[in-house]
Design a protein around this ligand. Sequence first.
Ligand code: AMP
Ligand code: ZN
Length: 123
Amino acid sequence: MSLAEADCLFCKIVAGDVPSLAVYETGTMYAFRDINPQAETHVLVVPRQHYEDAAVLAAEAPDLLADVLLAGADVARQEGIEESGYRFVFNTGPDAGRTVFHAHLHVLGGEQLGLFGRPHRTG
Ligand code: AMP
Ligand code: ZN
């Protein structure tokens, strides 16, 4: 195990060392509820294997990246938001507010979502 993996929150969640609310599991994929939901439905889909981000995953294991998207669609179906609609998000870097460096797909929906891409304003 690399240093990055030993210190990775989502590797610990996949291993069951940090608790999470599972919604979907396969041999290669794990999906669980975001602890700080940004929509009525907010699920994170992560490959069990550690990849730093979506671009690294695309370069090193393109089939697994496709599986992440298929798992996201399965999650949307399971959560009952397939028809109402949902958003897939991959954050990268500080401007996107990225905090966990294990590739993960956000699945957001369950209500009308706000605009995205605008600067975050306080006050
Ligand atoms: P990102 O900002 O794209 O790196 O997304 C990381 C996401 O992980 C955020 O939406 C956090 O709310 C979420 N998160 C952090 N810790 C946990 C946890 N222990 N269980 C579930 N979700 C978490
Ligand atoms: Zn990891």
